[in-house]
Design a protein around this ligand. Structure first.
Ligand code: ZN
Length: 560
């Protein structure tokens, strides 16, 4: 730009002071004089058109972490002083967002005893034993990931084989976080004994002795020292690193107490934690008092505007609340973690104060009662934009499913279907399984909104596994070639939209993230292959080439 023009534009900008900021930014953009922080050259830029996807061959300029322009050609006078990345024809997708995960818990799990993928309880005990031998000075031994449904003997374990291993507490969480096996020392220190009682959960007993197994609300009775803030900070940074590798640029953290939310905010302000997080507050009367008084929290990286509730437990540990008895346990209907009256009055409080309600509901009874409660607050005529969410929406009776059409959001995890397919029919029987994990039907009922997540660490963090599970309905681990209820599969585009545009919508962030559009955060997951066209079986093996968050390249892996 020649100097005369520069003076002209400076005057123009000065003359705009006092006008709306939009006017100024339009002037900047039209004149292409604003300092560009970064330009991504030669990308295939994914764009959504309703439920379809097309690519623009072009370039993206980034200013202050946001997409400033998408250009098919770079004008010769464009102000490129800074960084240029030549993508050499790579595919740029909107950054993946996991719409339901446990980020901190996954971070802590990275440092604990990993019992996932074990084939027997005996194998678990050996792993715990070896860990204790190698780490003799731990005050508390924590493990996670066991799943009795994967074992030959598909029964809950008891703590007798843990007793000899250590004189310190041992706490082993089931893969879904809905059951814990604790050794006697852990139970004693927590004052849990044969006379302890709990609502909305179960303390398992055998011949008038505790087995050490605590289900759902019973887990809250354990009062063993929690991880310190330092340990939590380390865990968050460790899991962030892993998340970047998988192309994740946003996480919906499905439930944390205030103390952890404050820690996250501090780490983000120190620029150590770069992962944008939409955090649901773990509900309790005192948390509701605190947050309703202080109001929602919104920064560039943190969004707190919702509460996470539990309506029931999980199917794997028979805690999911069912209308009819479990097919594999007579006269057992699961657990009502919170009463209907409690849920109703909490919903009213949230509604009156403009908060979003997100409720874990797995069983058909849990889903039915929560949809009925949500409906009390939705006025179809006024179209109030509550975006209240049902987390998991796993076993939803077809009659209840129609309620999602009122603007209630089903937030689902496609890899749950393929992980559970080998045993879910045992729990539900042939009739109820026919309307379980019905993702395509749920999407139709909700008017095309279906945010997708993994629920990690319950499932792998890799978003490509979610795409694969959603489109193929095949299990990766079990080497099965059979698809589970293939009529409920999503298209590749729908799966990608679920992890980007729909996830953004479910957190009220659709103007900020979820698509590659001018004005949105420059969050990208970049691949050298076309995820929409590559062979289906190759999807889980694809590697992320680059991950960008707020205009910063946070991960790069250029395989030559
Ligand atoms: Zn969860």
């Amino acid at each position: 730009m020649n100097s005369l023009l520069k003076i002209f534009f400076s005057l123009l900008i000065v003359s705009f002071i006092g006008c709306s900021s939009t006017s100024i930014s339009i002037q900047f953009r039209d004149n292409l004089s604003k300092k560009t922080n970064h330009i991504l050259l030669n990308g295939k830029i994914a764009q959504f058109n309703n439920d379809s996807l097309y690519y623009i061959d072009g370039n993206i300029s980034i200013v202050d972490g946001k997409i400033d322009s998408i250009l098919t050609e770079i004008p010769p006078h464009y102000n490129i002083e800074s960084n240029i990345t030549d993508l050499k024809g790579a595919y740029i997708y909107p950054g993946f967002i996991d719409a339901h995960a446990h980020f901190l818990y996954q971070g802590l799990a990275l440092k604990s005893i990993d019992l996932s993928g074990t084939k027997s309880w005996k194998e678990c005990v050996k792993i715990v034993e070896d860990f204790i031998k190698n780490n003799p000075n731990e005050k508390v031994y924590r493990g996670q990931g066991w799943d009795q449904n994967d074992w030959e003997i598909k029964e809950f374990p008891n703590n007798s084989s843990l007793e000899e291993l250590s004189s310190n507490p041992i706490i082993l969480s089931r893969i879904d976080g809905h059951a814990i096996l604790a050794n006697s020392i852990a139970l004693r220190q927590s004052k849990i004994d044969i006379n302890s009682v709990i609502k909305g959960g179960e303390i398992l007993k055998e011949n008038e002795n505790l087995t050490g197994l605590l289900i759902d609300n019973a887990q809250s009775l354990l009062s063993i020292a929690k991880p310190t803030n330092e340990e939590k900070s380390e865990a968050l940074l460790a899991v962030q690193k892993k998340a970047f590798k998988y192309g994740l640029t946003g996480i919906h953290e499905a439930g944390l107490p205030s103390e952890d939310i404050i820690l996250i905010d501090e780490l983000q302000k120190k620029k150590k934690l770069k992962m944008p997080l939409y955090v649901m507050v773990s509900e309790s009367p005192s948390e509701m008092n605190f947050w309703i008084k202080s109001g929602p929290l919104k920064t560039n990286l943190l969004d707190v505007r919702s509460f996470k509730f539990y309506s029931d437990g999980s199917l794997g540990s028979r805690g999911a609340l069912m209308r009819e008895s479990y097919s594999d346990r007579e006269n057992h209907f699961g657990f009502e973690v919170r009463s209907t009256d409690y849920m109703k009055s909490a919903a009213e409080r949230l509604y009156n104060n403009g908060w979003q309600m997100n409720t874990h509901s797995i069983g058909d009874s849990a889903n039915s009662r929560m949809l009925t409660i949500y409906k009390l607050f939705i006025d179809p005529l006024k179209k109030n934009d509550l975006r209240w969410r049902i987390e998991h929406a796993q076993v939803v009776h077809p009659d209840d499913r129609l309620n999602f059409g009122l603007g209630i959001i089903p937030s689902v995890q496609p890899s749950h279907a393929t992980s559970d397919m080998s045993w879910a029919t045992d729990r539900l029987g042939p009739q109820r399984i026919s309307y379980a994990y019905s993702y395509s039907s749920l999407r139709k009922s909700s008017g095309g909104i279906l945010p997708l997540g993994t629920d990690f660490p319950v499932e792998s963090m890799n978003p490509l596994y979610t795409i694969y599970a959603a489109i193929s309905r095949k299990s990766l681990d079990k080497g099965s070639k059979e698809s589970f209820q293939i009529q409920e599969a999503l298209t590749r585009e729908q799966a990608l939209i679920g992890m980007t545009r729909d996830a953004a919508y479910a957190s009220f962030q659709e103007k900020e993230v979820g698509q590659i559009k001018v004005g949105m955060w420059a969050n990208f997951s970049i691949f050298t292959s076309d995820i929409m066209k590559c062979p289906e079986d190759s999807i889980p093996k694809l590697k992320v080439s680059e991950t960008w968050i707020h205009g910063e390249q946070v991960y790069v892996n250029h395989v030559k």
